[in-house]
Design a protein around this ligand. Sequence first.
Ligand code: ATP
Ligand code: MG
Length: 245
Amino acid sequence: MVETDNLLKRVNTGIYGYDEMLNGGFFKQTVNVISGESGTGKTVLGSQFIYQAAQNGEKALCIMTTESANSLKKEMYSSFKWDFWELEQKGMVSFIDIADPELRLQKTIDMAPMELIKSFKKLITHKIEEYQPDRIFIDAVEALLLAIESPYKLKTLVDDLFSILRISDVTTMVSVGTTFEIESVVEYGADSVTRLGRVVSGNNLQRSIYVAKLRGSGTINEIRVLNISDSGIRVLDQSPYITTG
Ligand SMILES: Nc1ncnc2c1ncn2[C@@H]1O[C@H](COP(=O)(O)OP(=O)(O)OP(=O)(O)O)[C@@H](O)[C@H]1O
Ligand SMILES: [Mg+2]
Protein backbone atom coordinates (compact mmCIF):
# COMPACT_ATOMS: atom_id res chain seq x y z
CA MET A 1 0.00 0.00 0.00
CA VAL A 2 2.82 2.38 0.91
CA GLU A 3 4.43 1.52 -2.43
CA THR A 4 1.17 2.27 -4.25
CA ASP A 5 0.76 5.56 -2.43
CA ASN A 6 4.23 6.52 -3.53
CA LEU A 7 3.40 5.80 -7.17
CA LEU A 8 0.26 7.93 -6.97
CA LYS A 9 2.20 10.96 -5.76
CA ARG A 10 2.24 13.90 -8.13
CA VAL A 11 5.42 15.69 -9.01
CA ASN A 12 4.96 19.40 -9.51
CA THR A 13 6.67 20.58 -12.64
CA GLY A 14 6.97 24.02 -11.03
CA ILE A 15 5.98 25.60 -14.33
CA TYR A 16 3.26 28.17 -13.85
CA GLY A 17 -0.04 27.04 -15.37
CA TYR A 18 1.28 23.69 -16.58
CA ASP A 19 0.59 21.78 -13.34
CA GLU A 20 -3.01 22.93 -13.54
CA MET A 21 -3.28 21.47 -17.05
CA LEU A 22 -1.96 18.18 -15.65
CA ASN A 23 -4.38 18.21 -12.70
CA GLY A 24 -1.46 18.62 -10.30
CA GLY A 25 1.65 17.42 -12.10
CA PHE A 26 3.20 14.22 -13.42
CA PHE A 27 2.95 10.97 -11.50
CA LYS A 28 6.14 9.82 -9.77
CA GLN A 29 8.32 7.32 -11.61
CA THR A 30 6.82 8.04 -15.00
CA VAL A 31 8.14 9.05 -18.40
CA ASN A 32 6.61 12.22 -19.78
CA VAL A 33 7.07 13.21 -23.40
CA ILE A 34 7.11 16.74 -24.77
CA SER A 35 6.79 16.85 -28.54
CA GLY A 36 6.78 19.66 -31.03
CA GLU A 37 8.42 21.22 -34.05
CA SER A 38 11.75 22.99 -33.89
CA GLY A 39 11.68 26.18 -31.83
CA THR A 40 8.42 25.44 -30.01
CA GLY A 41 10.07 25.48 -26.56
CA LYS A 42 10.87 21.84 -25.75
CA THR A 43 14.41 22.47 -24.53
CA VAL A 44 13.35 25.48 -22.47
CA LEU A 45 10.48 23.52 -20.87
CA GLY A 46 12.78 20.62 -19.96
CA SER A 47 15.47 22.92 -18.62
CA GLN A 48 12.90 24.75 -16.50
CA PHE A 49 11.63 21.40 -15.18
CA ILE A 50 15.08 20.60 -13.82
CA TYR A 51 15.99 24.16 -12.86
CA GLN A 52 12.86 24.43 -10.67
CA ALA A 53 13.64 21.09 -9.06
CA ALA A 54 17.21 22.12 -8.28
CA GLN A 55 15.96 25.36 -6.70
CA ASN A 56 13.84 23.18 -4.39
CA GLY A 57 16.68 20.89 -3.37
CA GLU A 58 15.95 18.06 -5.81
CA LYS A 59 18.74 16.57 -7.87
CA ALA A 60 18.45 16.39 -11.63
CA LEU A 61 20.21 14.65 -14.46
CA CYS A 62 20.17 16.31 -17.85
CA ILE A 63 20.99 14.26 -20.92
CA MET A 64 21.79 16.14 -24.08
CA THR A 65 21.74 14.14 -27.30
CA THR A 66 22.20 16.89 -29.89
CA GLU A 67 23.34 20.16 -28.35
CA SER A 68 26.38 20.15 -26.12
CA ALA A 69 25.76 20.67 -22.41
CA ASN A 70 27.83 23.82 -22.59
CA SER A 71 25.62 25.36 -25.30
CA LEU A 72 22.56 24.62 -23.21
CA LYS A 73 24.10 26.28 -20.14
CA LYS A 74 25.00 29.33 -22.22
CA GLU A 75 21.55 29.56 -23.82
CA MET A 76 19.72 29.25 -20.51
CA TYR A 77 21.93 31.89 -18.96
CA SER A 78 21.58 34.37 -21.81
CA SER A 79 17.82 33.77 -22.11
CA PHE A 80 16.75 33.60 -18.45
CA LYS A 81 19.85 34.07 -16.24
CA TRP A 82 19.49 30.48 -15.04
CA ASP A 83 22.93 29.53 -13.78
CA PHE A 84 23.41 25.84 -14.51
CA TRP A 85 27.18 26.12 -13.95
CA GLU A 86 26.51 27.04 -10.34
CA LEU A 87 23.91 24.30 -9.90
CA GLU A 88 26.33 21.79 -11.34
CA GLN A 89 29.05 22.95 -8.95
CA LYS A 90 26.67 22.59 -6.03
CA GLY A 91 25.94 19.03 -7.15
CA MET A 92 22.27 19.73 -7.87
CA VAL A 93 22.44 19.10 -11.62
CA SER A 94 24.59 16.69 -13.54
CA PHE A 95 24.93 16.69 -17.32
CA ILE A 96 25.53 13.84 -19.68
CA ASP A 97 26.75 15.16 -22.93
CA ILE A 98 26.63 12.72 -25.78
CA ALA A 99 29.56 14.54 -27.38
CA ASP A 100 31.73 13.99 -24.32
CA PRO A 101 34.61 11.72 -25.39
CA GLU A 102 34.69 10.10 -21.97
CA LEU A 103 31.31 8.61 -22.57
CA ARG A 104 32.48 6.80 -25.68
CA LEU A 105 29.26 7.64 -27.41
CA GLN A 106 30.75 10.31 -29.56
CA LYS A 107 31.00 8.26 -32.70
CA THR A 108 27.28 8.07 -33.11
CA ILE A 109 27.49 8.02 -36.88
CA ASP A 110 29.94 5.14 -36.95
CA MET A 111 28.13 3.16 -34.30
CA ALA A 112 25.36 0.74 -35.22
CA PRO A 113 22.02 2.12 -33.95
CA MET A 114 21.34 -0.87 -31.71
CA GLU A 115 24.80 -0.59 -30.18
CA LEU A 116 24.28 3.09 -29.53
CA ILE A 117 21.02 2.48 -27.71
CA LYS A 118 22.54 -0.39 -25.76
CA SER A 119 25.44 1.70 -24.51
CA PHE A 120 23.07 4.58 -23.82
CA LYS A 121 20.89 2.38 -21.61
CA LYS A 122 23.95 1.12 -19.77
CA LEU A 123 25.15 4.65 -19.27
CA ILE A 124 21.79 5.83 -17.93
CA THR A 125 21.47 2.91 -15.54
CA HIS A 126 24.97 3.54 -14.23
CA LYS A 127 24.40 7.31 -13.87
CA ILE A 128 21.11 6.83 -12.02
CA GLU A 129 22.74 4.43 -9.55
CA GLU A 130 25.73 6.70 -9.04
CA TYR A 131 24.00 10.08 -8.93
CA GLN A 132 20.51 9.15 -7.58
CA PRO A 133 18.61 11.97 -9.27
CA ASP A 134 15.01 12.90 -8.48
CA ARG A 135 14.38 14.12 -12.02
CA ILE A 136 15.77 13.40 -15.44
CA PHE A 137 15.48 15.40 -18.64
CA ILE A 138 16.46 13.74 -21.92
CA ASP A 139 16.54 16.32 -24.68
CA ALA A 140 15.83 15.41 -28.33
CA VAL A 141 15.62 11.65 -27.88
CA GLU A 142 15.01 11.26 -31.63
CA ALA A 143 18.74 11.74 -32.17
CA LEU A 144 19.28 8.29 -30.66
CA LEU A 145 16.51 6.62 -32.59
CA LEU A 146 16.43 8.00 -36.09
CA ALA A 147 18.73 5.41 -37.65
CA ILE A 148 16.42 2.58 -36.64
CA GLU A 149 14.38 1.59 -39.65
CA SER A 150 12.11 -1.13 -38.35
CA PRO A 151 9.04 0.22 -36.48
CA TYR A 152 9.03 -2.95 -34.41
CA LYS A 153 12.63 -2.42 -33.27
CA LEU A 154 11.93 1.24 -32.65
CA LYS A 155 8.94 0.49 -30.46
CA THR A 156 10.80 -2.22 -28.54
CA LEU A 157 13.75 0.07 -27.89
CA VAL A 158 11.55 2.92 -26.72
CA ASP A 159 9.64 0.58 -24.38
CA ASP A 160 12.89 -0.82 -23.10
CA LEU A 161 14.44 2.58 -22.44
CA PHE A 162 11.31 3.90 -20.75
CA SER A 163 10.99 0.84 -18.53
CA ILE A 164 14.52 1.38 -17.21
CA LEU A 165 13.51 4.91 -16.29
CA ARG A 166 10.27 3.78 -14.62
CA ILE A 167 11.85 1.28 -12.27
CA SER A 168 14.14 3.94 -10.84
CA ASP A 169 12.87 6.41 -8.29
CA VAL A 170 12.91 9.29 -10.76
CA THR A 171 10.42 11.31 -12.74
CA THR A 172 11.49 11.80 -16.31
CA MET A 173 10.77 14.33 -19.02
CA VAL A 174 11.77 13.41 -22.58
CA SER A 175 11.61 15.83 -25.47
CA VAL A 176 11.14 14.67 -29.04
CA GLY A 177 11.23 16.74 -32.20
CA THR A 178 8.94 16.03 -35.12
CA THR A 179 11.42 16.49 -37.98
CA PHE A 180 12.07 12.76 -38.45
CA GLU A 181 8.49 11.68 -37.87
CA ILE A 182 9.21 9.16 -35.15
CA GLU A 183 7.49 11.11 -32.39
CA SER A 184 4.31 9.01 -32.50
CA VAL A 185 6.19 5.86 -31.39
CA VAL A 186 7.87 7.79 -28.59
CA GLU A 187 4.53 9.30 -27.54
CA TYR A 188 2.86 5.87 -27.62
CA GLY A 189 5.28 4.48 -25.04
CA ALA A 190 4.99 7.45 -22.66
CA ASP A 191 2.89 7.94 -19.53
CA SER A 192 2.00 11.44 -20.60
CA VAL A 193 2.27 13.47 -23.77
CA THR A 194 2.33 17.25 -24.04
CA ARG A 195 2.40 18.84 -27.47
CA LEU A 196 3.86 22.25 -28.11
CA GLY A 197 3.12 24.20 -31.25
CA ARG A 198 2.49 27.49 -32.99
CA VAL A 199 -0.84 28.96 -33.95
CA VAL A 200 -1.52 31.86 -36.29
CA SER A 201 -3.68 34.35 -34.46
CA GLY A 202 -4.50 37.41 -36.53
CA ASN A 203 -1.18 38.81 -37.53
CA ASN A 204 0.66 37.13 -34.66
CA LEU A 205 2.20 33.80 -33.97
CA GLN A 206 1.19 32.36 -30.62
CA ARG A 207 2.91 29.48 -28.89
CA SER A 208 0.49 26.72 -27.90
CA ILE A 209 0.45 23.81 -25.46
CA TYR A 210 -1.95 20.97 -24.76
CA VAL A 211 -1.83 17.70 -22.85
CA ALA A 212 -2.64 14.91 -25.30
CA LYS A 213 -2.60 12.13 -22.70
CA LEU A 214 -1.92 11.54 -19.04
CA ARG A 215 -2.31 7.90 -18.09
CA GLY A 216 -4.27 7.49 -14.87
CA SER A 217 -5.73 10.99 -14.67
CA GLY A 218 -7.96 13.54 -16.27
CA THR A 219 -6.46 16.71 -17.70
CA ILE A 220 -7.68 20.08 -18.83
CA ASN A 221 -8.90 19.44 -22.35
CA GLU A 222 -7.91 22.80 -23.71
CA ILE A 223 -5.23 24.29 -25.88
CA ARG A 224 -3.55 27.13 -24.02
CA VAL A 225 -0.99 29.81 -24.71
CA LEU A 226 2.60 29.01 -23.83
CA ASN A 227 4.43 32.20 -23.09
CA ILE A 228 8.23 32.51 -23.07
CA SER A 229 9.70 35.65 -21.52
CA ASP A 230 12.85 36.64 -19.61
CA SER A 231 11.50 34.73 -16.61
CA GLY A 232 10.97 31.50 -18.52
CA ILE A 233 7.86 29.60 -19.53
CA ARG A 234 4.36 30.28 -18.23
CA VAL A 235 1.16 28.68 -19.42
CA LEU A 236 -1.60 31.24 -19.66
CA ASP A 237 -5.26 30.53 -19.01
CA GLN A 238 -6.00 31.66 -22.54
CA SER A 239 -6.68 30.13 -25.95
CA PRO A 240 -4.08 30.79 -28.64
CA TYR A 241 -6.88 31.11 -31.19
CA ILE A 242 -8.40 34.20 -29.63
CA THR A 243 -6.72 37.51 -30.39
CA THR A 244 -6.67 39.70 -27.33
CA GLY A 245 -6.21 43.40 -26.94
N1 ATP B 1 14.01 35.53 -22.90
C1 ATP B 1 13.24 35.08 -23.90
N2 ATP B 1 12.06 35.68 -24.17
C2 ATP B 1 11.26 35.21 -25.15
N3 ATP B 1 11.54 34.12 -25.90
C3 ATP B 1 12.70 33.50 -25.66
C4 ATP B 1 13.60 33.93 -24.65
N4 ATP B 1 14.66 33.11 -24.65
C5 ATP B 1 14.45 32.21 -25.60
N5 ATP B 1 13.27 32.44 -26.23
C6 ATP B 1 12.69 31.66 -27.35
O1 ATP B 1 12.49 30.34 -26.95
C7 ATP B 1 12.66 29.50 -28.06
C8 ATP B 1 13.55 28.36 -27.65
O2 ATP B 1 12.93 27.24 -27.95
P1 ATP B 1 13.64 25.83 -27.69
O3 ATP B 1 15.10 25.93 -27.94
O4 ATP B 1 13.20 25.32 -26.38
O5 ATP B 1 12.96 25.05 -28.89
P2 ATP B 1 13.00 23.50 -29.19
O6 ATP B 1 11.57 23.07 -29.28
O7 ATP B 1 13.88 22.82 -28.23
O8 ATP B 1 13.64 23.49 -30.66
P3 ATP B 1 14.59 22.39 -31.34
O9 ATP B 1 13.70 21.22 -31.70
O10 ATP B 1 15.11 23.09 -32.54
O11 ATP B 1 15.64 22.04 -30.37
C9 ATP B 1 13.33 30.28 -29.16
O12 ATP B 1 12.43 30.44 -30.24
C10 ATP B 1 13.66 31.59 -28.50
O13 ATP B 1 13.46 32.69 -29.36
MG1 MG C 1 15.67 21.83 -28.40
